[in-house]
Design a protein around this ligand. Structure first.
Ligand SMILES: [Mg+2]
Length: 422
């Protein structure tokens, strides 16, 4: 179920649901006073806090994701800053998914505010897909929250359904089918396609593919040549209803980094923490080199008595940043220690620390659904690693690598799949 299909499928039976201004809408759903007002959900609400989710009203006044709060307030003085409440968003996410599952067993959460509802196996059960979409919108309002809105895209595959969901906001409902795809693509630029950033667009343009329509009608062989990889073939399939390449998410390989801990090192929590951080940064370097992001992280600690601590988690926002992986592992270890009152996991009995990342996704097709500003950060990391590869590992280090401060809010990177029964 939810497996990629490699056969032509022309019927628009795949729905992509994207909640509009999700974090802000959850806040407005729970706090009546916030409704109709421009609000900005921020990790910190100080002047230098960062806006991670403006409400629909705030977006209309020019407030954007990634802005600093003081900058946003100068554009929109009536803006109400609200601190993030990850548990609230997770709870709404779980409720939404359970509503979607009333319509199909084939529901695949893509991120905290997005899901694919595959109705391909339900063509006999539902006469009209737009009508099902309307029923889903209605169910969200009546059974989850009357202030929650979503845009739903309908298409023969998940990619085109996602594209359709971006075309009308808020509260959109757009179908892309063989009948209208050329008309739809004709109005778009390459970078309007989810997964095509500036680097990819530049590469395509260098191969004289200048628009989504030219991408659709380029031969698969030419696309493979221009993209220098299988990704070109995937673009052909997506835009020509040639199959489904965006649904499956299985691990096809793993990268591991393991370190033995010496007698001297195991006496010092700081040194073991440094080892863990180094492992994370090693994996980051390898992922940057391989041009992939991971969606699964595993960490383990082996002790002198043969026992092991193990942790594994899957996240729907692909990750590559070593410090973010490190923070994620540390906060999970902390939570484990607190929940089980077991004393520090990194203690004098540690013999080995290991980490693995898997479930890779090509960097080029990583979609930035929550933090649009990530593109710049990823570019920065790529450059940094290129320098390190040329001049040696210690030629440059980021400030965070020195401080090891923890990220306060991990919602964007938190595991969504953990929240569901599969
Ligand atoms: Mg959204």
């Amino acid at each position: 179920m939810n497996d990629n299909r490699l056969r032509t499928h022309l019927e628009p039976t795949v729905l992509f649901v994207d909640m509009n201004s999700f974090f802000a809408s959850c806040e407005q759903q729970d706090n009546y006073w916030l409704r109709g007002r421009p609000i900005a959900v921020c990790v910190y609400t100080g002047a230098r806090g960062c806006v991670i989710a403006p409400s629909i009203e705030a977006k209309l006044r020019g407030v954007k994701t990634g802005m600093r709060l003081d900058e946003a307030m100068s554009i929109c003085p009536e803006l109400v800053p609200v601190e993030t409440s990850p548990d609230r968003y997770r709870a709404y996410h779980v409720k939404l998914i359970s509503v979607f599952k009333r319509f199909s067993d084939d529901v695949l959460p893509k991120s905290i505010d997005e899901a694919v509802i595959d109705l391909t196996r339900y063509q006999l059960a539902y006469k009209s897909m737009p009508e099902v979409a309307q029923r889903i919108k209605h169910a969200i309002r009546t059974d989850v929250g009357d202030y929650l809105r979503c845009s739903i895209g309908i298409a023969p595959n998940a990619f085109l359904a996602k594209l359709a969901s971006t075309l009308q906001k808020p509260d959109g409902l757009v179908t892309i089918s063989p009948a209208n795809i050329d008309e739809v693509l004709g109005k778009l630029a390459l970078t309007d396609l989810p997964g095509i950033g500036h680097a990819m667009a530049t590469r395509l343009q260098a191969g004289t593919i200048n628009s989504p329509l030219e991408l659709r009608y380029a031969s698969p062989d030419r696309l493979k040549l221009v993209c220098k990889s299988i990704i070109g073939w995937h673009w052909h399939l997506r835009l020509n209803f040639g199959g489904e390449v965006d649904l499956a998410a299985h691990a096809y390989k793993q990268m591991q980094a393991i370190r033995s801990v010496s007698t001297g090192q195991r006496q010092s929590l700081e040194q073991m923490t440094t080892i863990l951080r180094t492992l994370c940064l090693t994996l980051e370097r390898r992922m940057v080199h391989q041009k992939v992001f991971c969606r699964r992280l595993q960490g383990w600690v082996r002790y002198s008595n043969g026992k092991r601590y193990e942790d594994g988690l899957t996240f729907s926002i692909p990750m590559q940043d070593g410090i973010e992986l490190f923070d994620l592992l540390c906060s999970r270890m902390q939570r484990y220690q607190e929940a089980h009152q077991c004393g520090p996991l990194l203690n004098a009995d540690v013999r080995q620390i290991g980490m693995g990342v898997s479930d890779f996704m090509p960097a080029e097709s990583v979609q930035y659904t929550l933090f649009e500003d990530n593109t710049r950060k990823d570019k920065f990391r790529e450059t940094l690693n290129a320098i390190k590869e040329r001049f040696g590992k210690n030629s440059l280090i980021r400030a965070t690598e020195l401080r090891g401060e923890s990220v306060k809010d991990l919602i964007g990177f938190g595991s969504i799949k953990d929240l569901h029964e599969w």
